[in-house]
Write a protein that binds this ligand. Sequence first.
Ligand code: 1PR
Length: 535
Amino acid sequence: GASDSTVTLLDYGAGNVQSIRNAIRYLGLDIKDVQTPEDILNAKRLIFPGVGAFASMMDVLNKNGMAEALRAYIENDRPFLGICLGLHLLFESSEENGPVKGLGLIPGVVGRFDSSNGCRVPHIGWNALQIKNDSVILDEIANRHVYFVHSYRAVPSEENEEWISSTCNYGIDFISSIRRGNVHAVQFHPEKSGDVGLSILRKFLLPNSSITKKSFEGKATKLAKRVIACLDVRTNDNGDLVVTKGDQYDVREQTKENEVRNLGKPVELAGQYYLDGADEVSFLNITGFRDFPLGDLPMLQILRYTSENVFVPLTVGGGIRDFTDANGRYYSSLEVASEYFRSGADKISIGSDAVYAAEEYLKTGVKTGKSSLEQISRVYGNQAVVVSIDPRRQYLTSPYEVGFKSVKVTNLGPNGEEYAWYQCTVNGGREGRPIGAYELAKAVEELGAGEILLNCIDCDGQGKGFDIDLIKLISDAVSIPVIASSGAGKAEHFSEVFSQTNASAALAAGIFHRKEVPIQSVKDHLLKKGIEVRM
Ligand code: 1PR
């Protein structure tokens, strides 16, 4: 049997469970990995962080006898915590690539969110729970947000009512957690829900530990708008990885030495932003198109160290593409992404390679399934794949001048132009491509992107506000979440982008690095403006 300080983890090998490992270790417990069905039956407490796709998960569990062991374990009311697919598993079946049979312990079928009722799918972000009385591990978090990332959900019914410990609303009411006796399952990710999530895990793992009650202002009622801190990372001329920041993507100082601007150490800054209340942290390896990221061990180290102490989602981008190294060894983009996930990333972000994939797709109309975007989202789910767009504004006197979607601009161009299109670039803005941001966004949504990180080279580092025209255009064109980026200079720019566009999140770099505007004051401002944020 396992000792008291050990938690048994069922990692069936499908994807990224590094985050839950980090959270368990952070709470001071040891992890025993399930190797055989007996390990399940002998567990003192069992966590099942379901990841990947439902059908392949059930396939693996059925083949190796784990499904039977799990059913027996749960039927015997032994301490269990299922996360995400670990909740879906308990139901009769899931429609994800199915229908596929689950364990059938709870009446109901897991279905997909419907984006036609105005909600973006995947459901990504911090949402509020409606808690029922005897939730136990959810006590005291009624007014707080927790982090969700999923496209499939179970819904409450008369038949499963007695299992439900909380519900959440996203277009419809869905089941956010279940509890019966010692059996718990949650749809959200406690390991990515900051201090709230850690306290939920602590209550499950260390039920006798005393928990200090904190009081909170504000009340969580719905999906919050996210505030994201972004760290552009690159090697400086001394060979150290530093956080840098460009002006319209130029990261070198305007001095004689022309050195790479150095704004701090990546791991330290990311840890600070987590404590300051960032809802997510993104790392962009901005020279990834040039260097090979798996040769770039420091980047993987940064992820490892950061994810040990940062319990909100971590995204990493830069250099995700197929690659042949100097020795002729070929690495697929999927291998590169897998290494990032193993090192603690929750999402990966693809820039240049997604532009080539979208161009190809628009030209041929055929989804080959071979692009990095398609491959990674097939294995890890589209919620784990962000496409980062780096557009540059190109002014037009008439919207018919080009074959790309254009907008009537709010501020006229240098020669009084009334229109503009947004040209996609690759290699950190160095090369313009024959595709617009609008065309790219729609194409990558079809190819399996789960989210769009929308930069704007013209606005980057200028502090004059987000490009509202661009963000409106793209957030209205797709039904996946859009992260607005580039140009934040003060808290008001965040309320502007959230009130004037359908962006789900806003990202900034310079103002946070230079400590001009703390994350907390952005949140305070948004709250004052009646925009829901996680406090
Ligand atoms: O093409 O897959 O290797 O990915 C490269 C990634 O690196 C892309 O996501 C691309 O956006 C990013 N990148 C490449 N070069 C630069 C550069 O600055 N020279 N940085 C770069 C992109 C833009 C934002 C920035 C916001 C907010 N940085 O992420 O953080 O504009 O800044 P602000 O708040 O200071 O205005 P691939």
